[in-house]
Design a protein around this ligand. Structure first.
Ligand SMILES: [Zn+2]
Length: 82
């Protein structure tokens, strides 16, 4: 049988939903509109917001690298990568 929500094959048993979707349904019952709000704000991003997030992540990586290089220049012990 197929789950009514995710439309993937569900484990046999009681109800219309697979165990994961049953959990989602439960959260919807508990938190109502807050669930939709969180999904929209966290999972659904416009492209410019995605670019912003990506840039933020890249910036953090560059900062970490710069720090690492600076540490080496100042005589920090280099740990070989495994
Ligand atoms: Zn499902």
């Amino acid at each position: 049988m197929v789950c009514y929500l995710c439309e993937k094959k569900k484990d046999e048993g009681w109800g219309y939903y697979c165990s994961q979707c049953r959990r989602v349904k439960h959260l919807l019952n508990l938190y109502g509109d807050r669930v939709y709000e969180v999904l929209e704000h966290v999972l659904v991003r416009t492209e410019d917001k995605q670019t912003y997030k990506i840039n933020e992540k890249v910036k953090a990586d560059i900062d970490a690298k710069t720090y690492s290089l600076r540490s080496k220049k100042n005589g920090a012990v280099m740990v070989p990568k495994a």
